[in-house]
Ligand binder design. Structure first.
Ligand code: AMP
Ligand code: ZN
Length: 473
């Protein structure tokens, strides 16, 4: 049975088969580790996990690469503003390397708590500076770059297909752009290598043929994807926000360098919204897995909640809907746990006609561009089907859970003990940021942090030894 996937490049569903017929080469844009991942980011990683599990269900292996952006992601797409990592260091009073290590660890904890399959390769941008420089050199040799006083830029006018992927109306975009461009020739040009400012010593900087500095953000994904997966990937994933700029730029620079298609399929997860707004790391007010655990939810409740909506649809988050997901998941477990026990005791297999029919319908659903909400519905129905023996129903539960990843084969875990500590670490870091803001006379930001914490029931007390905090709940 075939699996079809929606390909952003062609705006249509296409049958997917890996280039070598067996192992899908998948690259997923990973986190920028200057802050915690919010549950919106994690929705995208859940979608990518479902992709991998669905491919496995349809008989394909995967070489799955995820990057960690620990340098060079500027706060604005216009290649201006601060490096997000250096900004994170200022906020927390730690070194950039400490910030990266701290939030990478936090990300890994979240990743595993949601039962996401381990990628084949995790790769850090700072471990691949040489590969990024080599790629910029190739682009320079092929005439795709120019130099300004602050860096080496990609000349998007040289790549004819630049606007095709995101269906950009370039003439209008160039004419109507209000982005301040500095010395850039076109708004769509972007930095490949930025020079360190002359008067500032950056914590992360490297030598290059063009001068001391650091890589632009987009180049890391092209360089690492091609290093680990070759010049043509099978599937490249990310959130929908990446279509217009980041993935457009990845295609422009990779295809200009190699002359080959960079990725055969492009898949994008739609956003999680909070009260109609998009959730954002930069505003500081966002929900993390730990903040859900703090309110008594299991990370599996969030996974179940995310499974209830197709990855190409917006999903609105509210605690009421998370609560219904929790109830529905626990009711499901109540039904499946005895069935699974029977299946395991009997070594049951899926062999009756009725059970095979359920399996076929399930494979069809996940094979239809990952229709996981339908697949989840089938699980709910299959476990009630008296025409199938209890042992065999248990075997179906175990089989379907290879895709759903709800840990239906295990006993329900107690909430992770580390949650409390991790929230405390986050509060400590906000308190440190507030102290730094006050020192810099940025009282608006200092008040903003105090108010945001107050809303969460955290009271701050300023004293001669510094600031302490306590929970008022
Ligand atoms: P970042 O750490 O900001 O680079 O984002 C990591 C991943 O999360 C990227 O694939 C983004 O496209 C995705 N993302 C960011 N915000 C959201 C959101 N609200 N909902 C779903 N995915 C998101
Ligand atoms: Zn990327």
């Amino acid at each position: 049975m075939a699996i079809t996937l929606y390909n952003t490049a062609t705006r249509s569903k296409e049958e997917f088969v890996p280039q070598d017929g067996k192992t899908a080469k998948i690259y997923c844009c990973g986190p920028t580790v200057y802050h915690y991942a919010h549950i919106g980011n994690l929705r995208t990683y859940i979608f990518e996990d479902l992709l991998r599990r669905s491919l496995a269900y349809h008989g394909f292996d995967a070489k799955h690469v995820v990057n960690i952006t620990d340098v060079g992601h500027l706060t604005s797409d216009a290649d201006e503003g601060e490096d997000k990592m250096e900004k994170g260091a200022k906020r927390t009073g730690k070194s950039v390397w400490e910030v990266a290590a701290f939030y990478t660890d936090a990300f890994m904890r979240d990743f595993h708590s949601l039962n996401l399959l381990e990628p084949t390769v995790w790769c850090r941008a700072t471990d691949h500076i040489a590969e990024q420089i080599a790629l910029v050199k190739t682009l320079e040799e092929k005439g795709y770059t120019y130099r300004t006083s602050d860096g080496i830029y990609y000349d998007s006018s040289k790549f004819e297909r630049y606007g095709d992927f995101a269906r950009l109306d370039l003439e209008n975009l160039w004419a109507g752009s209000r982005i301040s461009m500095g010395e850039k020739r076109l708004p769509t040009d972007f930095a490949l290598w930025k020079f360190s400012p002359k008067d500032v010593k950056r914590q992360m900087e490297w030598d290059s043929p063009w001068g001391v500095g650091f890589p632009g953000w987009h180049i890391e994904c092209s360089a690492m994807a091609m290093k680990h997966l070759g010049e043509t990937l099978d599937i490249h994933c990310g959130g929908t926000d990446h279509v217009r700029v980041h993935h457009t730029n990845e295609i422009a620079q990779s295809e200009a360098a190699t002359g080959k298609t960079f990725s055969r399929f492009w898949m994008h997860g739609e956003f999680l919204r909070l009260d109609g707004d998009k959730m954002s790391k930069s505003t500081g007010e966002f929900l993390t897995v730990d903040s859900l655990v703090k309110r008594g939810f299991s990370p599996m409740d969030y996974r179940y909640f995310a499974l209830g909506s197709h990855y190409r649809n917006y999903l609105s988050f509210s605690f009421e809907s998370l609560e219904s997901a929790r109830k529905s998941r626990l009711a499901l477990r109540k039904r499946t746990t005895p069935l699974v026990a029977k299946a395991l005791a009997a070594g049951a297999k899926i062999e009756s006609e009725a059970a095979l029919k359920w399996k076929e319908r399930f494979a069809q659903a996940v094979g239809d561009d990952l229709n996981v909400p339908a697949a989840l519905g089938l699980l709910h129905s299959a476990v009630r089907d008296d025409a199938v023996s209890e042992e065999e129903r248990g075997a179906l539960v175990l089989d379907f859970d290879r895709v759903l990843g709800l840990k239906l084969d295990l006993e329900e875990e107690a909430a992770p003990a580390a949650a409390e500590d991790s929230e405390a670490a986050e509060i400590d870091s906000l308190v440190a940021e507030r102290a730094a803001a006050k020192k810099a006379k940025d009282f608006a930001r200092a008040d903003e942090i105090r108010n945001a914490l107050a809303k969460r029931g955290i009271e701050l007390k300023d004293g001669p030894q510094g600031t302490t905090w306590e929970r008022k709940r």
